[in-house]
Design a protein around this ligand. Structure first.
Ligand SMILES: [Zn+2]
Length: 100
């Protein structure tokens, strides 16, 4: 399962020694990790965590914004989080329509 070839020259070699290269969302090391570098990502992750009442995620986020924490994530995990939020909101929407 090694599909990393070709992409590794782009990664600047700094920090690596202090932080584990672990995905913020699935807590798995390795794979193609992306750094959370924009406030927009920070905002979206916060929104999703709140909507889904994901306590684990909220706990991590309470330590500071994802940029300050130099959070890494798999792009796929972020998409999965967005999808979870969307599915959740859809269910809530349906419940609302059924209520009345
Ligand atoms: Zn992940």
């Amino acid at each position: 399962m090694d599909s990393d070839e070709g992409g590794r020259s782009k990664i600047p070699r700094k920090v690596q020694e202090t932080k584990t290269q672990e995905c913020f969302l699935c807590e798995t090391e390795g794979g193609k990790l992306r750094e959370a570098a924009t406030m927009q990502v920070n905002k979206r992750i916060n929104e999703c965590a709140k909507t889904l009442c994901d306590r684990k995620l909220l706990a991590k986020l309470s330590a500071g914004d994802v940029i300050a924490q130099e959070v890494k994530y798999h792009p796929g995990c972020l998409v999965a989080l967005y999808n979870r939020e969307r599915a959740y909101l859809k269910v809530r929407e349906q419940e609302k329509t059924q209520e009345h």
